[in-house]
Design a protein around this ligand. Sequence first.
Ligand code: FES
Length: 212
Amino acid sequence: MALPYSEKVLDHFLHPHNVGKMKDADALATEGSPACGDMVKLYLKVDEKSRVIQDIKFESYGCASNIATGSVITELAKGKTLDEAKKINWKAANEELGGLPSVKVHCAVLAVDALRTAIENYEHSHGLNKEKIPTTEDIVMKRLSRVINPIAGLDVVKTGLVKEVRVGQGDVTVWVDLPEDHQFANNLRSEIIERIEPLWDVQRVTVTFTGA
Ligand code: FES
């Protein structure tokens, strides 16, 4: 059965704004959905002085609703300061789109999560995060719990793929229970690094594969 999409959703899906990669991004974030296994990647270019989002792009590996919400939230965020953009939530995206079918709300949440994480990453890497909480194993695990295990479609912490994490003096080491030559090993390594490296006090992330 076809889902009852509004005209605006269809329009943003067929003609999405701000789609693509950004080579010189100041911050980026990838979010995956455990609900459906889809992914969205978002890039930010921010003016250092005014903290205004000058440019924003996204790539969606998700469904029509995800593409439409990516299009809408990037439009809403462009030209806003980081603080203003933080207030954009899935309800605003939903309203702007004239309502998503309720089974598709998680697609909007995914796009908004990517925006929030990209802003958070920018703040961390530019020393703008207000609370300078030192990175701990728990903080790393929390961030890793948003990385999807491509084999199981659930997160890498819950599925036991991440065996251990150690944090010390700017170094973070993550042990992953997968053979080094596994087809997903390289992807997983870059996703883990991408997620942990922006933390304000982290200088180096090492991912070690331990699987046989
Ligand atoms: Fe996965 Fe929409 S169903 S993002």
